[in-house]
Every structure is written in C-alpha cells, then in structure tokens.
Design a protein around this ligand. Structure first.
Ligand SMILES: [Cu+2]
Length: 162
C-alpha cells in the first residue's frame, strides 16, 4: 500500500514537472517576440519621419444635373474635395483645367496662413503644378476664386506618423 502511494506521488510529481516544462516552452518564445516588438517600436520612435514626395492630380469637375439658376450657385467643383499629407511632405499638385476652349478659368487658391502664397489660375486646356512643403499641421481650405461657394476643398496636414 505504501509502495503504491509512493509510485503515485512520483508519477504525479513527474506530471506536474512535464506540465511546467510545457508551459515554459510555450511562454518563452511569446515573451521573446514581445521583447523584439518592443525593440522595433523603440527603433521606429528614434527614427524621425522625413517628408516624402506626394503627387496629386486635380481637375475641375461639376455636379451632374445641377441647375445653377435654381440653386443660385455654380455647378463647378474640384475632382478631389480632400488632399491629405503629413507634415514635412513635399507636395506637388498637378492642376488641370479640362474645360472646352472658351470655357471658364479655374484657380487653386489658399487664403489660410501659412499657405496663403498659393494662388494659381489655369485657363481651359491648361495645367500648372503647385509645389510646396507642408511645414505646418492643420486644415486649410483651397478654393477656386471664380466658383464659390461650391468649388472648394480641404488640405489636411497631419502630424508626422512617427
Ligand atoms: Cu473654378
């Protein structure tokens, strides 16, 4: 009876040891991965985001079936209502006037500081490229001086991603 009890205790002890080793084996690689992840995050944090070249293609557009007389405003809009970049990006906006010859002029104009030096007019079938460095975060309205209040959009300069 005593011998049987001793055997039971030994088997039980071995089982507990086996379970402990198994748990250890499962947990250690996970802990190591977590540690590596933390290292990666730390490396990214010390690496400052440097601006990238961001190219955009912007066209004049219009709301289909829009009755200007009834609505009391122009049907014209931009093809993009939002341009989003990160602080530090070098932005190039290729702005195309796709009107038929003899059609309307359009402008890409910003009144909001510090981007208020941007004011470009394109005639029908013309295009111009607007370039600037997005040095200040925030939201800034871009608008066509000829077609308000409909032809406007929002330049969003976000804080750097890292
Ligand atoms: Cu316009």
């Amino acid at each position: 009876m005593l011998a049987t009890n001793t055997t039971t205790v030994i088997i039980l002890g071995m089982s507990i040891t086996a379970i402990a080793i198994a748990l250890f084996a499962i947990t250690v690689p996970f802990l190591t991965t977590q540690h590596e992840n933390n290292q990666n995050i730390q490396q990214n944090n010390t690496q400052q985001y440097v601006g990238k070249h961001k190219e955009f293609y912007l066209f004049d557009s219009e709301i289909p079936g829009f009755n200007e007389t009834e609505m009391g405003m122009p049907r014209d809009t931009y093809s993009m209502p939002v341009i989003a970049v990160f602080k530090g990006d070098q932005v190039a906006i290729h702005f195309f006037n796709i009107e038929e010859p003899g059609g309307d002029n359009h402008s890409f104009t910003i009144y909001d500081k510090p981007y208020n030096n941007i004011d470009v007019v394109v005639h029908p079938r013309e295009n111009k490229t607007i370039t600037f460095v997005a040095n200040t975060t925030g939201t800034f309205t871009y608008l066509c001086t000829f077609h308000q209040p409909t032809m406007r959009g929002l330049l969003i300069v976000q804080p750097p991603p890292y």
